[in-house]
Design a protein around this ligand. Structure first.
Ligand SMILES: C[S@@+](CC[C@H](N)C(=O)[O-])C[C@H]1O[C@@H](n2cnc3c(N)ncnc32)[C@H](O)[C@@H]1O
Length: 249
């Protein structure tokens, strides 16, 4: 049954894709102002392989980060963990009109499973005005991936890095160390799932976060109001003097 429905979905993919694009554009007409556009990927529903693009985020926490990014309007943006494209859509809206955005995801990767290649043309439409979007289907931990990412920016430097890929301690540490080096003084690194949660013991971002916040200026975007968050977003503000040397375990 599921093989048959997979075949049917594949045959219907071009139709589903054009329906999804229409749906996206309609939502954008509903949420006219950029201040509200973060809602679009939560509201989006369509068909087949394009059923949803819901961000894997707490609503209040991602709204706080969206507003911060909207205020800073970064030009060079890197995201690790594309998945359904929810947060990627938001960065396209919040960043500068001529931003270069790079989103990295490992097909079949842990903590979300990546995305089907047929969704790539939909994600490409997230780039607006003079923006450029690069979708890399690769392992973020490979040094070749990080080198590739740095070549996509004229000065090799990043204004905003969002880390939401491998959530194991070693995995997130690798991403933080490798890609953190690309972030310019005055830039921002945000990382998802900084809270310890019994729901997902393999999520160990909190261990890295506890170390980072001892050495860096940080802000925690945590939905304490609803007391529902098991996620939490940590923001690291890179000082004008550059990233301090961090001594990890
Ligand atoms: C939690 S999801 C990202 C959610 C997305 N940021 C959102 O909220 O819209 C994590 C993604 O990271 C990807 N991932 C896991 N390990 C990775 C790795 N080593 N390199 C690149 N991507 C990885 C997974 O495939 C998954 O799609």
């Amino acid at each position: 049954m599921s093989i048959l429905s997979d075949i049917a979905s594949t045959l219907l993919t071009p139709l589903h894709r054009s329906l999804a694009i229409k749906r996206l554009r309609k939502l954008e007409r509903t949420f006219k102002f950029v201040e509200h556009r973060w809602v679009v990927p939560f509201a989006f529903r369509s068909h087949g392989f394009f059923k949803g693009m819901r961000p894997m985020q707490d609503l209040r926490e991602i709204e706080m980060l969206y507003r911060l990014i909207l205020e800073k309007k970064p030009r060079h943006v890197v995201e690790i963990g594309t998945a359904r494209g929810g947060t990627l859509y938001m960065w396209g809206q919040a960043c500068a009109d001529d931003a270069i955005l790079v989103s990295v995801d490992l097909p079949g990767g842990n903590f979300g499973g990546g995305y089907r290649n047929c969704r790539t043309p939909l994600y490409q439409l997230f780039a607006r005005d003079k923006q450029t979007l690069h979708l890399l289907r690769a392992d973020s931990h490979a040094s070749s991936t990080c080198e590739h990412v740095s070549t996509l920016f004229d000065d090799g430097k990043v204004d905003f890095l969002y880390i939401d890929g491998d959530h194991t301690y070693e995995g997130v540490k690798k991403d933080f160390i490798q890609y953190g080096k690309l972030v310019r003084p005055g830039g921002i690194i945000a990382m998802h799932d900084i809270r310890k949660t019994p729901v997902s013991p393999e999520t160990q971002v909190y261990r890295l976060w506890d170390q980072i916040k001892q050495h860096c200026q940080t802000t925690e975007l945590v939905n304490d109001k609803d007391q529902t968050s098991v996620m939490g977003i940590g923001v690291v503000h890179i000082p004008e003097t550059g990233m301090p040397d961090l001594d990890f375990e």
